[in-house]
Design a protein around this ligand. Structure first.
Ligand code: SF4
Ligand code: SF4
Length: 207
């Protein structure tokens, strides 16, 4: 899988198959940004210093908590707040902040760069194709919802009936971003975020 600028000048990807992983998408973004660097040094937008939400996923929390449940519970309680995801209809966790991200330095460096949220990894501030945006949102939503479900499981606020439902999310207690897009799409269909026709569009090859 490779990211490129399509005929409309939008960020797009060439092709994916059922085994393409989220990690491959993230690697493709890094390579694309190496070849099409953004003018962050002189940018007046400073996206990490805006008032918009920084959504936090489970792998980010688990890495920053060294995979310790108690530390993860404290992190969520002390650093995050819930905010409605109206697009996907669930309450996700975002950083508790007003403007600047809690992890940005005065010289615009991210102090958690290696473990930064998946939303930051998927972010590219130039025009993007519809199919790239759909993939980005589905990946993001799956990992964001996984944090919500992990939090419930850690707080034991579930019943035997709901636990199997939570585990249908392939990112629940995932150690990394090595989940296939097929698994993400299956879950998205399950949640009503994606239908079969949309899914077929995502697999169409472009050159
Ligand atoms: S990613 Fe884009 S918006 Fe953010 S600082 Fe860099 S150039 Fe500016
Ligand atoms: S976590 Fe890092 S990359 Fe993400 S908004 Fe904060 S400073 Fe920026």
């Amino acid at each position: 899988m490779k990211l490129l600028l399509d005929v409309e000048g939008k960020v797009n990807y060439d092709n994916i198959n059922k085994n393409t992983t989220v990690k491959e998408v993230l690697d493709a973004i890094d390579i694309f940004l190496d070849n099409n660097s953004l003018p962050c040094n002189e940018c007046e937008e400073s996206c990490c210093k805006k008032s918009w939400s920084v959504e936090i996923d489970n792998v980010c929390v688990n890495r920053l908590s060294d995979w310790k449940d108690e530390v993860a519970l404290d992190f969520v309680q002390e650093k995050l707040v819930k905010k409605r995801n109206y697009c996907r209809d669930f309450d996700q966790y975002v950083l508790n902040k007003k403007t600047d991200c809690n992890f940005i330095t005065e010289t615009n460096l991210c102090t958690i760069y290696e473990n930064r949220p998946i939303i930051c990894r998927l972010y590219i501030c130039i025009a993007k194709s519809y199919r790239y945006n759909v993939i980005r949102e589905l990946i993001g939503s799956t990992y964001l919802k996984a944090l919500v479900l992990e939090e419930k499981m850690r707080n034991k606020s579930f019943t035997d009936k709901t636990i199997n439902k939570y585990k249908r999310n392939p990112a629940v207690f995932a150690k990394d971003y090595d989940i296939s897009l097929e698994e993400i799409f299956n879950y998205a269909e399950d949640e009503g975020w994606l239908d079969i026709e949309e899914r077929e569009e995502l697999y169409k090859e472009i050159i």
